[in-house]
Ligand binder design. Sequence first.
Ligand code: SF4
Length: 103
Amino acid sequence: MDTRELFEALFGQDIDPDWKVDAGCQEVGTDLFFPDEGEKVPHVKAICRACGVQPECLATAIATGEAYGIWGGFTHRERLGLIREMRAAGFEVPRWRKARRSA
Ligand code: SF4
């Protein structure tokens, strides 16, 4: 399931391929979105909550198996939890580790 398919499945509409143009993090820089392990980041998540392309960002991170940083307001660990819930609900989210090993 690629980003487009995942986004359509989750939100019932096409994803804008240029969604990053409207990314709320452009003005603050991306370093904030890659905190140290265990660092509390409510201020960063607040930026994501106010971002107009939060769903697109989160869907992209999930569909591409992004293992680092905060995307769509979710840390990697939180995305893994969300993916578990999505799989339990019947979504076919790819298993990137297997795919990367066999590539
Ligand atoms: S949701 Fe957060 S990380 Fe994603 S584009 Fe918006 S501000 Fe940036």
